[in-house]
Design a protein around this ligand. Structure first.
Ligand code: 5GP
Ligand code: ZN
Length: 151
């Protein structure tokens, strides 16, 4: 395997956390991933999982970093005791915001692991639905498939 691409931003708070220039409550670290407790948790044990590569949005980060993140996240789910099988009981959300409009504040890709213990704590999601029909979905499907062909 070739050496991973590396990108840092000296002004980025999460790059500073990776380098240890800003303290953090580190959880798991791999050659490609760093994880730590969120300083302003929306629920107890709210954790952040970040690539050791400075990219503002998901599409800016090389695949090898992204591929390392979910296995780390899965380990953390088990470590915080939220590996409940079946749909009932405690759950969790994995959230990854891209851009101010999508609630991103820190411009270094990060995945939130947010425990969901009850209705009141953790992530509260608004989920409006849009009107559509088979004709519209079909046209959209065609357009996306054509773009995928070009990648
Ligand atoms: P975003 O809204 O960008 O998806 O989330 C950024 C997250 O980073 C927030 O949950 C915020 O609490 C967390 N955060 C911001 N600065 C720091 C920091 O210096 N240390 C830690 N541990 N978390 C931070
Ligand atoms: Zn960064």
């Amino acid at each position: 395997m070739s050496a991973p691409a590396v990108a840092h931003d000296a002004a980025c708070i999460f790059c500073k956390i990776i380098k240890g220039e800003i303290p953090s409550f580190k959880l798991i670290e791999t050659p490609l991933t760093f994880s730590f407790l969120d300083i302003q948790p929306t629920a107890e044990a709210h954790a952040l999982i970040i690539p050791k590569y400075h990219g503002a949005k998901l599409h800016n980060v090389p695949d090898e970093y992204l591929a390392d993140i979910l296995p780390v996240t899965k380990k953390l789910v088990k470590a915080i005791g939220f590996d409940v099988d079946g749909p009932e009981g405690e759950g969790y959300n994995i959230l990854q915001n891209n851009g101010r409009i999508a609630h991103q504040v820190v411009d270094h890709v990060h995945f939130h692991l947010i425990p969901k213990r009850d209705e009141k704590t953790g992530l509260i999601v608004g989920w409006p639905t849009e009107e559509t029909d088979f004709e519209k979905l079909g046209a959209l499907h065609k357009k996306i498939l054509a773009n995928l062909e070009k990648q």
